[in-house]
Design a protein. Structure first.
Length: 251
């Protein structure tokens, strides 16, 4: 580790990862943004799912100032966020076979929709089965994961496969296995995870592509504005009323 302060080292590591994502995932980001734009244009709905800390990037897309109003959170009780008690229960639920199918059966997802699945490792049963069963229902799936896990860890799904194996498109966050960017001789474990900042930026790049693609096609992107600017609430009310049959967080 260099002599630079840990804060600076972490920010440098995050910046390096963002540059890698920008340069190496450009085609995938364009493809993902185009897929979402196609879904919006054809009348489909948009959903995002993530478990544990991966849910943070998914939640950042929903009811978001500057974001697409049509993005809905596909929530699984006990695995979205870290408010479940005890916290390890959320990790355990990610490994339960059959949970994804039950969630999809009770969700509004249907053929023609698009689902973003965020899972850093992509190795647990829940994201793997979520992708498998969603595609079987005619849903287009975009996986957001660290591809490195597929070559450096064992799958926890009975098929031996990973999230990346069941997606129409895959976005690789480039995060190293273990999700910790820093080490120090006097600290017993690696620390300073960067997956949230990198994955959120990657997904916002996709959203930006979606909005621009719709505009290039002569369609007004269904964007939300901040409620903290004058007129923001009125704007959002009009957008949500127009697309009320494709927005599920409002009801």
């Amino acid at each position: 580790m260099s002599d630079r302060a840990p804060a600076g080292q972490f920010l440098d590591a995050a910046i390096d990862l963002l540059r890698r994502v920008r340069d190496e995932e450009a085609d995938s980001v364009t493809a993902a943004g185009t897929l979402l734009a196609d879904t919006v244009e054809s009348g489909g709905r948009l959903f995002a799912f993530g478990a544990g800390h991966s849910s943070l990037a998914a939640q950042d897309l929903v009811y978001r100032a500057g974001g697409l109003a049509l993005m809905n959170l596909l929530a699984v009780p006990g695995v979205v966020g870290v408010d479940v008690r005890p916290a390890p229960l959320g990790s355990a639920l990610e490994r339960v076979d059959g949970l994804a199918s039950a969630v999809l059966d009770s969700s509004p997802l249907r053929a023609g929709d698009a689902l973003l699945i965020v899972s850093l490792s992509g190795r647990n049963a829940l994201p793997v089965e979520m992708a498998m069963h969603a595609r079987a229902r005619g849903v287009r799936v975009i996986g957001v994961t660290s591809v490195a896990y597929a070559s450096e860890t064992e799958s926890r799904h009975s098929s031996g496969t990973y999230l990346k194996d069941h997606c129409d498109l895959v976005l690789d966050s480039k995060i190293a296995v273990g999700d910790a960017e820093l080490t120090l001789d006097n600290v017993p474990a690696p620390f300073a995870p960067a997956s949230t900042v990198v994955t959120s930026a990657l997904l916002q790049a996709v959203m930006a592509t979606t909005a621009a693609t719709l505009a290039d096609r002569g369609l007004e992107p269904p964007l939300l504005r901040s409620g903290n600017v004058d007129g923001g609430h009125d704007w959002n009310g009009r957008v949500m009323e127009r697309y009320r049959d494709r927005i599920f967080y409002r009801h």
